[in-house]
Write a protein that binds this ligand. Structure first.
Ligand SMILES: Cc1cc2nc3c(=O)[nH]c(=O)nc-3n(C[C@H](O)[C@H](O)[C@H](O)COP(=O)(O)O)c2cc1C
Length: 352
């Protein structure tokens, strides 16, 4: 594909995904409701759909009397320089979630290298078979400079510590535990259940990570109580997320959970958010609601399947350009200055 365009990428992805992902005009969880394994949200799909709805419920305020012509989009988290505040969310199990639309290794290579080409960073997944993490870590070694974030499932502490050591050996600086994976049906189906952790258990795991010099994030935080417990246990950052709606039906959208958590904890730890973010405008909404960076999952799977590494970089660059335009249109000179003042007055702004 010489001239990348999203229409062609999406058409090819639709063909290769063989119905496991319909590549809908808006990726909103309606067509794939209940499809886990698959690309959907669990049960009625409400948690996935709520991610979209929560973002739609907030609006930006246009501001045009100002001198913001070239807003700054660069940022840094845990020493990782990002051209703009976005990470590619980890997606694993291409064989059973996406009808083998791509080999697992080819997928992780496209995601990791495409992200780096676009000046950002991708997350890589973990799963019951240890080989899944190995596939991501092989890409981490290949891309170098610690420019991936490996995700670790909430296994028993000994396996987590073993995986931390593997991440360190692969050159990682930051790791993330998707604590909410305890709700994943796929782990149970494969006989490798993961369990919730007490604050003390988390503290022990995080201490082990810190001793290795690794920053430790926790993903799947939706309540202030969990957020405060994770921070008390030593977490360096949180990902406000309902796992793309895949682990518990009937949960609010992440953008609805974010403001309260950010209000209490921003500045003390890094705050990331994911779930339903689709455009650069959505990324700006996430920043305005209090996130330091946003993650996007499924649309990058479409980009990787339909366009490989180039497709991933192309979609990321599209998001960056949209974000830049949104910063100009709201009069925000720097992503670091995005705050609730960019939001149209209403309940979500009052909370932020
Ligand atoms: C097929 C699939 C596999 C996923 N695998 C993982 C994983 O291994 N680890 C993880 O933390 N999140 C995983 N996620 C969740 C995503 O990283 C992310 O949180 C979610 O997809 C964000 O929502 P979005 O897709 O609406 O952007 C997966 C999501 C999907 C759809």
């Amino acid at each position: 594909m010489s001239e990348m365009n999203l229409k062609e990428i999406r058409a090819k992805a639709r063909e290769l995904a063989k119905g496991s992902c319909r590549v809908c005009p808006t990726c909103d969880g309606r067509a794939c409701a209940g499809e886990v394994p698959g690309m959907g949200g669990t049960g009625t799909g409400a948690s996935f759909m709520n991610n979209i709805a929560a973002l739609r419920a907030i609006s930006l305020t246009p501001r045009l009397v100002h001198q913001v012509h070239f807003p700054r989009t660069e940022t840094e988290i845990f020493g990782l320089k990002l051209k703009f505040p976005l990470l590619v969310g980890p997606i694993g199990g291409i064989a059973f979630n996406l009808s083998q639309a791509m080999g697992e290794a080819d997928y992780q290579e496209a995601i990791v290298f495409g992200a780096v080409d676009a000046g950002i960073v991708a997350g890589t997944p973990d799963a019951a078979p240890m080989e899944v993490m190995e596939v991501g870590l092989a890409q981490a070694r290949a891309v170098g400079d610690g420019r991936t974030v490996p995700f670790i499932k909430p296994w028993e502490a000994e396996r987590i510590k073993r995986e931390l050591a593997m991440c360190l050996e692969a050159g990682s600086r930051v790791v993330c535990c998707d604590l909410d994976s305890v709700g994943l049906i796929t782990l149970r189906l494969m006989g490798h259940p993961a369990y919730p952790k007490s604050q003390d258990e988390l503290a022990e795991i995080i201490e082990a990570a810190h001793k290795m010099g690794l920053a430790f994030l926790i993903k799947g935080v939706m309540s202030l109580a969990d957020a405060e417990a994770c921070v008390a246990a030593g977490a360096d950052g949180l990902v406000v997320s309902n796992h793309g709606g895949r682990v518990l039906d009937g949960v609010p959208g992440a953008a609805a959970a974010l403001p309260l958590i950010a209000k209490k904890l921003k500045g003390r730890v890094k705050i990331l958010v994911d779930g339903g973010f689709r455009s650069g405008v959505d990324v700006l909404k996430g920043l305005a609601l209090g996130a330091d960076a946003v993650m996007i999952g499924r649309p990058f799977a479409v980009a990787a399947i339909g366009g490989g590494r180039e497709g991933v970089a192309f979609y990321a660059e599209t998001l960056r350009a949209q974000l830049e335009q949104a910063l100009i249109m709201t009069g925000c000179p720097d992503v670091a200055q995005a705050n609730q003042d960019l939001l149209w007055p209403g309940p979500s702004r009052d909370l932020a």
